[in-house]
Design a protein around this ligand. Structure first.
Ligand SMILES: C[S@@+](CC[C@H](N)C(=O)[O-])C[C@H]1O[C@@H](n2cnc3c(N)ncnc32)[C@H](O)[C@@H]1O
Length: 322
């Protein structure tokens, strides 16, 4: 009986290879699956350590329930930046904002619907004791928090990410926005035995108590993916250090992590380096190509925080203001 099931699964996988749905190149550093409408379900084995090219709202429905230990979501921000060119206040250089199509929604209502559908589908695939992280700026984090609570998620913490190199304020009409917020939550109030590696949490948070504030730079330098014209591949690529902190504090080796809006795949890339398993979903084929490229060069990292306490202290004591 067992043998037959095994053979059937093998036949099914072979047939998918022939259809070109699963990447058949054994040398490829990451398995790529192109989701098709006619495909009804995926097994956990099939999707393990892969990136699925498709719409998260459709793909999530096809995944088995309660398989993930942790979920990281960095959704569209819905920044609604003005169409005109923005120039910085003093230096007058042009601001490269997020004006990608994937960040555009016709209204708050449509944006909320997208987030609500995403969070509803994700809840089904989370294990009962899994945790979920959501990151956003002031443009959407409050709406997301409300939607999460309305869906029954129970918020454990918010972490404030203080950026040491934020985008400068260009018009001089508001405070410089140097933070993003991460919400960390469980599926519901009764989820108790979730993973929390408190020693890491203490190391990464600021001060003696390891407070819920992480100080680290935006993704830049060699880490930032650039195309042949030296243009950023993705406007909101997240720093490896950020994902490292998320993964180390809330998972153990061998755990399975989901990122349903993967961008250029930072979550899976860091998960692999830290010996965790992952599944990523991304709708844009260009980003999936870059994920493939990125995985060709495996990441090497340690579990120590990359930003030293001394640097953080320097950052918070800037001396006299100009
Ligand atoms: C904020 S970015 C994520 C960046 C990512 N954390 C990284 O480090 O590269 C959001 C991503 O969601 C993707 N996206 C938007 N709608 C989607 C959908 N329905 N299904 C899958 N991906 C989607 C966009 O193409 C975009 O790359």
């Amino acid at each position: 009986m067992k043998e037959t099931t095994k053979t059937n699964k093998k036949d099914e996988t072979m047939s998918l290879f022939r259809q070109g749905v699963i990447s058949s190149d054994r040398n490829e550093a990451i398995k790529v699956i192109s989701d098709l409408n006619e495909r009804q379900t995926y097994t956990k084995e099939e999707i393990l350590n892969s990136v699925i090219l498709g719409d998260a709202l459709k793909v999530l429905k096809k995944l088995p329930e309660e398989i993930f230990d942790m979920v990281f979501i960095d959704p569209p921000y819905f920044l609604q930046l003005p169409k005109k060119e923005l120039r910085r206040w003093t230096v007058k250089t042009v601001v490269e904002g997020v004006d990608d199509d994937w960040d555009k929604f016709p209204s708050f209502e449509e944006y909320d619907k997208f987030i609500q559908n995403l969070l509803t589908e994700v809840k089904r695939v989370m294990k009962p004791n899994a945790t979920i992280w959501l990151i956003a700026t002031y443009h959407s984090i409050f709406r997301i928090g409300k939607i999460m609570q309305d869906l029954g998620y129970w918020i454990l913490n918010d972490i404030i990410w203080v950026k040491t190199n934020p985008m400068p304020n260009w018009l001089g009409v508001r405070f410089t926005n140097a933070t993003e917020t991460l919400i960390w939550a469980v599926k519901d109030k009764n989820s108790k035995k979730y993973t929390f590696n408190k020693d890491y949490a203490k190391q990464f948070g600021i001060g003696k108590i390891g407070a819920n504030v992480w100080v680290l730079p935006l993704c830049n330098g060699k880490e930032r993916l650039k195309d042949e014209k030296e243009k950023k591949v993705h406007s909101t690529q997240k720093p490896i250090e950020l994902l490292k902190r998320v993964i180390l504090t809330s998972t153990n080796e061998g755990d399975l992590i989901l990122d349903p809006v993967a961008g250029v795949g930072t979550t899976g890339y860091v998960a692999k380096a830290l010996k965790r398993n992952f599944v990523m979903i991304e709708i844009n084929p260009k980003y999936v190509e870059w994920i493939k490229k990125r995985f060709e060069k495996p990441l090497k990292i340690t579990d120590k925080p990359r930003v030293s306490e001394r640097k953080i202290n320097q950052y918070f004591n800037l001396g006299d203001k100009p």
